[in-house]
Design a binder for this molecule. Sequence first.
Ligand code: FAD
Length: 315
Amino acid sequence: MIAQALESPHLDPRRRGRDAGHAVVQRAGALKPAPFEYVRARSLDEALAALDGDGKILAGGQSLVPLLNMRLVRPARLVDINAVPGLDAVRARPDGGLDVGALVRHTDLLTSPLVQARAPLLAAAAAHVGHRAIRNRGTVGGSLAHADPAAELPAALLALDAGVVVAGRTGHRRLPLAELFVGLLTTSLAPDEILTGIEIPEARADGWGFAELARRAGDFAIAGVAAVVRGGPDRCTRARLVAFGADDRPVRLRAAEDAIVGRAASAELAARAAAEAPRDCRPSSDVHASAEYRAHLVRVLAEDAVRDAVGRLPA
Ligand SMILES: Cc1cc2nc3c(=O)[nH]c(=O)nc-3n(C[C@H](O)[C@H](O)[C@H](O)COP(=O)(O)OP(=O)(O)OC[C@H]3O[C@@H](n4cnc5c(N)ncnc54)[C@H](O)[C@@H]3O)c2cc1C
């Protein structure tokens, strides 16, 4: 329902803030949300119990509240998880990786020394999310669960080979991030499940790059690419390239990855990979860009991201 509503030419999901709200007010005469019950959960069990029936999780509210105000979603109950303990920390994993709680704010990714040391790509991606006020409230878990195909954090985390931890009535389950995204603004989470954390494997020796194009600083990207490359100057042993804003979900650029693995980290490598990059995405056209332009951007931005990633490989 949300996806259909967002396809309306009068309500472009990329036009956040005043313009989008204004359009809806004029068309529907509705400014504020439909009535809902509000529950502030104090524990994960309390949150899971409150989700029973027609409940919806409220995290940072930066994506959900506009949708509520435009009456594109009308849950019977909002389940606020901000007071659930233990979900807002960044922790070092013994294997050299990171555990990131679902309630970690975008701003925390920018300021955390652990993120800077162990997953600098994530910090670089967070810097492109909206404006400071949005980054102060918006959460990593909310960004993943909202599944906007143009969002930065899902792409960066997919490039980092992250997995997610999900809590449900019958316990916890873990799944690779690629299995979370199933389409435009759609995930494989059940309505009564809560994403509790993100697990990022060790990546300290990897080179990384991040490139996006947006109309203005703080806008959603028209398209972008996150890249992680492993190996030494003589031979790249692994590559994970992810495009965003170029399909209905963040997508691995596998042909471009194949063009990197096994080759020396030379100056031509980025151009070689970039030539293959558009093969794995299916961009669409909207008021901001045509599908052809987005495909062109994926090629250009993949070259930038791979060049930076290769440049950051250990000598
Ligand atoms: C003006 C503006 C500009 C923005 N620009 C960008 C941008 O450039 N790039 C970008 O990526 N984002 C952007 N955003 C969105 C912002 O990053 C949001 O913070 C993010 O998409 C959602 O996080 P949240 O914590 O606010 O989630 P909420 O809005 O609280 O929730 C979003 C959705 O996720 C669900 N949810 C939240 N947490 C969980 C959980 N733990 N488990 C299961 N489901 C959950 C909610 O039920 C809801 O459906 C922008 C937002 C605004 C208002």
